[in-house]
Design a protein around this ligand. Structure first.
Ligand SMILES: *[C@@H]1O[C@H](CO)[C@@H](O)[C@H](O)[C@H]1NC(C)=O
Ligand SMILES: *[C@@H]1O[C@H](CO)[C@@H](O)[C@H](O)[C@H]1NC(C)=O
Ligand SMILES: *[C@@H]1O[C@H](CO)[C@@H](O)[C@H](O)[C@H]1NC(C)=O
Ligand SMILES: *[C@@H]1O[C@H](CO)[C@@H](O)[C@H](O)[C@H]1NC(C)=O
Ligand SMILES: [Zn+2]
Length: 488
């Protein structure tokens, strides 16, 4: 997840403006022969279908759900999600928008999913190409200390010799406003406490422009994380139109607090920041799309997704290699069991999510003409740790159906349906009224590693990934195979 980009960026901006005014295995017969409710002979019109009919229709999938779960959790597909993710990230590494490694990642997935027997194609997208370049930050007064730093995506660079300036440390936008008179010519250090990602990310996203408005020459933002071992966390930031663009980077929680303590003692602090960051012309990229075609309604789609791009630090295992791999794996599990859903299952591995959901937005613009054929859109981008529940946004009628679907997940203890299905990349569909689902995992450690060198395979667990893939596959398959699309 970049920052619930775009849609939520706008929301954040609104909130911020408001706040700142106040401060394979056994071949099986196709499901249509197994399912208790076959395609044959239902005279009832879809709209007249009673809730109890849907409940019994969904309950008819208990056996097939159990087989999907067994294959993933204890069968021949055990640990496959983890193994696939490890092979992928070990081979490719990080893959930031515009990079050669992102191109390699797309080729890798195209080949791997094709070899897996899926129907794969690529859809072209133009994506941002920001490069970090060489960067460093040093405190040079009152003592010499190097500061761990990561420039923020879209930031301009400094002159080659760097920017050397006195520091103004503030803990909030409100404090910056109050002390605006002290900011001219300085580097503003934001030492905002971590409240929640959604709330605190405003500092990363908008800190540079707020500092520039009061005359600062650069801004350093405390990393948006609840836990740190001196790890800087990068991410996208947004320059406000008409405001001077100043260089901006994240520093560690430790160094932000250090400078804050020094400032509280009245000590003068001087920092030298050097950043070689620059933005190159947009690059060519692709959303990677793999399908199992529906036998009855091939134009109707259940979409499962995660993003293939990452930041240029760590390995992008958690954000969002995991989400991309379980979306692929869900299709593999269904294929391995020889299941053929009525509707098409489509796994989409988005490009350039971290730059504002760029690949997904273009996909929406292109495909919204067929919006009435999108049954359910799913996204996993908050980690593939132990699954806790399915999050869902849709009409009350659709919720009733989904409540029945999650009951099929009893063998893995994830029968809870929560509200607020969400995700940067599926939000355009959800806002346009398409039912949306996301994966709620035990994510308390997600933001420890997010957008940092710590995002590697070491944070992933094979058993947890099996559970995530099983959940993803059962939900997608059953929804895609029900007689009717989810009610809007
Ligand atoms: C899956 O991984 C676990 C360790 O995480 C191991 O105990 C188990 O044997 C593995 N299973 C397979 C089929 O590789
Ligand atoms: C920091 O290091 C530089 C170069 O090594 C030295 O000239 C300067 O005196 C040091 N500053 C402090 C405050 O110790
Ligand atoms: C829309 O759906 C039709 C089939 O119903 C398909 O032929 C067409 O390619 C789709 N268009 C897009 C942009 O996805
Ligand atoms: C689900 O819960 C039951 C009972 O609490 C437990 O025995 C079982 O191991 C759990 N299964 C999983 C996959 O967590
Ligand atoms: Zn992500």
């Amino acid at each position: 997840m970049a920052l619930q980009e775009r849609a939520s960026l706008l929301i954040l901006l609104l909130i911020f403006v408001t706040l700142s005014r106040v401060c394979d295995s056994r071949p099986q017969p196709p499901a249509r022969y197994v399912s208790s409710t076959s395609a044959t002979g239902s005279a009832a019109s879809p709209t007249s279908k009673r809730a109890s009919d849907v409940a019994s229709e969904v309950a008819g999938y208990a056996d097939v759900a159990k087989r999907i779960i067994e294959l993933a959790v204890s069968g021949t597909a055990q640990n496959r999600s983890y193994r696939r993710l490890a092979e992928f990230t070990d081979a490719i590494g990080s893959r930031v928008s515009g990079s050669h490694s992102l191109d390699m990642a797309i080729k890798y997935m195209y080949n791997a999913m094709t070899q897996d027997g899926l129907d794969v194609h690529l859809e072209p997208v133009k994506i941002p190409h920001w490069v970090r370049g060489k960067e460093s930050a040093d405190m040079i007064w009152p003592r010499n200390k190097s500061l761990a730093v990561l420039g923020l995506g879209s930031s301009v660079g400094t002159p080659p010799e760097g920017i050397e300036a006195e520091v103004l440390v503030v803990c909030s936008f409100e404090e910056l406003k109050r002390r605006a008179g002290e900011a001219a010519g300085k580097i503003v250090v934001f030492n905002q406490p971590f409240v929640s990602y959604e709330e605190t990310v405003a500092y990363r996203a908008f800190g540079a422009s707020e500092a520039a408005k009061v005359g600062a020459v650069a801004s350093l933002i405390r990393s948006v994380t609840p836990f740190s071992i001196n790890s800087p966390h990068t991410g996208w930031q947004v320059y406000e139109g008409g405001v001077k663009r100043i260089p901006t980077a994240c520093i560690t929680v430790e160094d932000a607090e250090l400078m804050w303590r020094m400032a509280q003692r009245g000590q003068k602090i001087v920092v030298r920041l050097t950043m070689g960051a620059k933005t190159l012309p947009d690059a060519d990229s692709f959303n990677t799309v793999a399908e199992i075609r529906g036998w009855q309604y091939p134009d109707q789609v259940v979409l499962l997704s995660g993003h293939l791009d990452s930041w240029d630090v760590g390995q992008g295992a958690m954000d969002d290699g995991g989400g991309a791999v379980i979306s692929w794996e869900a299709l593999s599990l269904i294929k391995d069991l020889g299941l053929h859903p009525r509707r098409t299952l489509r796994a989409v591995l988005w490009t350039a999510e971290e730059q504002g959901g760029v690949g997904a937005q273009q996909y929406y613009n292109l495909h919204k003409v067929n919006i009435s054929n999108f049954d359910l859109v799913m996204e996993s981008d908050l980690g593939t740790f132990t699954p806790v529940a399915l999050q869902f946004t849709g009409s009350d009628k659709a919720k009733k159906v989904m409540e029945e679907v999650v009951k099929l997940l009893a063998p893995i203890n994830t029968t809870k349906l929560e509200t607020n299905g969400e995700g940067t990349d599926i939000s355009p569909w959800i806002q346009a009224g398409v039912p949306g689902a996301s994966l709620h995992v035990a994510d308390s450690r997600y933001f420890w590693f997010h957008h940092s060198e710590g995002d590697t395979m070491t944070v992933q667990d094979p058993g947890d990934m099996d559970l995530c893939s099983a959940l993803w596959a059962v939900v997608a398959y059953v929804v895609a195979d029900l007689q009717d699309m989810l009610p809007r």
